[in-house]
Structure formats: structure tokens, C-alpha cells
Design a protein around this ligand. Structure first.
Ligand SMILES: Nc1ncnc2c1ncn2[C@@H]1O[C@H](COP(=O)(O)OP(=O)(O)OP(=O)(O)O)[C@@H](O)[C@H]1O
Length: 198
């Protein structure tokens, strides 16, 4: 199991949510839902090991963890394709193989015709999809995604949800913080922070 939370809660002056016990298991798509400010991103940070919870404990194996942040980030002047081939090149793949894999992933995420433009030329939704594609390219055991569909239209949101489901189907634990009811419905299980903490 990549990560298990045992009676975990967190406080920034005030408690954000009631203690949570949960195992994020391989092959499962888990949604973290609740209104703005209830602690969804904080809980992702705890799962990632970047935030130490105020109470409770986090048990983890040495799983490879990738986090897709809410705001896409990249190098404005660098080609889209180069952003995506980097994880494969870092693993030692030859350039041609890395580029082929990158182009396939771009197509999967509806960006097949954007390979040769610069990151700075992408729209917000395209940049967000590139971040998701790059996360998939890094072949994580645990994928944490913050609001993946916030900048996407309905059709593309449904497509991206399908890709994340597919990634879970290939054995990753996928955890998504979301406001989006469609994304919520696509999840296997839900942690609802709405009623806790305040
Ligand atoms: N480092 C910090 N120091 C103090 N307060 C913080 C810190 N990080 C987050 N908070 C506060 O904790 C609360 C929860 O923040 P968090 O970003 O986890 O919520 P969220 O549910 O992800 O919100 P949103 O849906 O708007 O992204 C907010 O009130 C936020 O201002």
C-alpha cells in the first residue's frame, strides 16, 4: 500500500478537518472533496509527505509520488514536447524513444498538435493537461492531482477523468482534490471534508 493515514488531522490555528484514517491503495481513484478552504490541498500535502500532520501518523512505502499542482508551471520558451520527454530521458531512454512516447502521451491528452509550440503559447487548460501528461510519463505509484478539471470544458474534463482512471487501472493510487461533481463521480471512493473541522 503506498500510503495509509491513521487518525490524521491538521490545524492552522484552527482544526481543518476531523481525524481521517484511510489507505490509498494501488488501482484506486480517490476523490478529496469539500468547499474551498476546507483543507483539500493540505491533505494532499500530508499524503505527499510535504506537510507533517498536527495529529495522527502517515505510513508509507518507498512509492514514487508525483504531484500535479493546481497552477501549471513550465519553462515559457521550451517546447511542449521537451517538457514531456524529460522524465523518459532522465530514466536513460534514447531521445527518439523518449520523443515517440511523449508524442503518444500528447495525443492521449488531446495535445497532439501542440508538440512543437512553446509552453508559453499554451492556454491554461492545455498547460494543465500537459502537467497531467508529464505526471503520467513519470510512471508514479502514487499520483496526487489538485483540481485537474477546473480549467477544462466538460468534454475534456470527462476525457482527463478517463485517463486518470486508466492510470489507476494500471496499478497506481490516484488521489484527486476536486470541486467538480463529474470528477467526483468518476472516483472509486470519496473523502468528504465538508462536514468536519469547523
Ligand atoms: N501554510 C499555511 N499557513 C497558514 N494557513 C494555511 C497554510 N496553508 C493553508 N492554510 C489555510 O488552511 C485552509 C485550508 O487550505 P487548503 O489550501 O488546504 O484548502 P482547499 O480546500 O484546498 O482550498 P481550495 O479549494 O480553495 O483550493 C485555508 O484557510 C488556508 O488559508
Amino acid at each position: 500500500m503506498p500510503v495509509t493515514l491513521v487518525e490524521v488531522s491538521h490545524s492552522f490555528g484552527r482544526p481543518l478537518f476531523d481525524p481521517i484514517s484511510h489507505t490509498f491503495a494501488p488501482g484506486r481513484l480517490t476523490g478529496i472533496v469539500g468547499p474551498s478552504g476546507c483543507g483539500k490541498s493540505t491533505l494532499l500535502g500530508i499524503v505527499a509527505g510535504m506537510i507533517r500532520p498536527t495529529t495522527g501518523r502517515v505510513e508509507r512505502t518507498s512509492a514514487r509520488c508525483t504531484w500535479v499542482f493546481q497552477n501549471p508551471h513550465g519553462v515559457a520558451q521550451r517546447r511542449v514536447l521537451d517538457h514531456l520527454s524529460l522524465p523518459s530521458l532522465a530514466r536513460g531512454a534514447p531521445r527518439r524513444e523518449a520523443d515517440t512516447e511523449a508524442r503518444e502521451l500528447l495525443t492521449t491528452f488531446g495535445l497532439g498538435d501542440r508538440a512543437d509550440v512553446t509552453f508559453g503559447a499554451l492556454s491554461g487548460g492545455e498547460a494543465q493537461r500537459l502537467m497531467l501528461a508529464r505526471a503520467v510519463a513519470s510512471r508514479p505509484d502514487l499520483l496526487l492531482v489538485d483540481e485537474p478539471t477546473a480549467q477544462l470544458d466538460r468534454a475534456m474534463a470527462a476525457h482527463v477523468n478517463g485517463v486518470m482512471g486508466h492510470l489507476a487501472g494500471s496499478g497506481a493510487a490516484v488521489v484527486i482534490a476536486t470541486h467538480d461533481p463529474v470528477t467526483r463521480d468518476a472516483c472509486d471512493e470519496i473523502i468528504d471534508l465538508a462536514s468536519s473541522g469547523r
